[in-house]
Design a protein around this ligand. Structure first.
Ligand code: DC
Length: 220
């Protein structure tokens, strides 16, 4: 089978990372979690005390940043200026700030170039919000992974419960707010590409989603 560039877009908590990681392992591909890059910028903006809408500050920040996503099968690691910030970018506060900075054109422009460079070789899965619509409109195979709001909140709750003291209702509110931000922004809003295969994972396990995707990929 030829080497492909595959995109998986979808809202928060739909299972994109779990599915991308498993699919990448089965195919012997790399996978790139582009949300981590937005989270990295949010983390550094917070460290510098920058508001999400300080475009000049964000532009200067992007120019001085050296973000590296190091691929590892068990989960990629994000380095900012050679410092491993993987664990620090997963907090609910950084999730919301990442969604806010992702609406700023200076941030999207900076990451567009970075992401396209990362996809130079094929045999790669990109997961995010605008992979199939904006960053790689010519991708070989595009998926849009969705699930009901309640299911996504429950999945996040299970992931976070050891680390954060949020209730399911609070997580659901956060996800709902991020969905609104991500789908209504004017630049690269979250939506399925016209040629994306839409997968509703509400009643599917991650393995079932992966099998479904593999059945499409094998025909490509
Ligand atoms: O996938 P995630 O939850 O880690 O992403 C965090 C935020 O980053 C998300 O709310 C919106 C933004 N994002 C984006 O705008 N475009 C992407 N390709 C990936 C993430």
């Amino acid at each position: 089978m030829r080497s492909l560039l595959i995109t998986i877009d979808g809202p928060a908590g739909a299972g994109k990372t779990t599915v991308s990681r498993s699919l990448a392992k089965k195919l012997g591909y790399r996978y790139i979690d582009t949300g981590a890059l937005y989270r990295g910028i949010a983390f550094e903006a917070k460290a510098k005390g920058l508001r999400y809408d300080n475009d000049v500050g964000l532009e200067n920040l992007c120019m001085s940043l050296n973000l590296k996503l190091i691929f590892a099968e068990e989960g990629s690691r994000l380095f900012s200026n050679n410092k491993d910030i993987t664990d620090q970018i997963r907090s609910p506060e950084i999730s919301m700030l990442a969604s806010a900075v992702s609406s700023r054109p200076v941030v999207r422009k900076y990451l567009l170039g970075l992401q396209r460079n990362m996809g130079a070789g094929k045999g790669v899965i990109f997961e995010g919000r605008d992979m199939g619509t904006v960053v790689f409109p010519g991708a070989d195979m595009k998926f849009f992974l969705d699930a009901s709001l309640r299911t996504r909140a429950l999945r996040r709750y299970k992931e976070l419960s050891a680390k954060a003291s949020l209730t399911i209702e609070e997580i659901e509110q956060d996800i709902n707010q991020r969905d609104k931000n991500d789908t209504t922004r004017s630049l690269a809003p979250l939506k399925p590409a016209e040629d994306a295969i839409i997968v509703d994972s509400t009643d599917l396990s991650a393995d079932e989603v992966v099998e479904f995707m593999l059945s499409h990929i094998s025909r490509c």
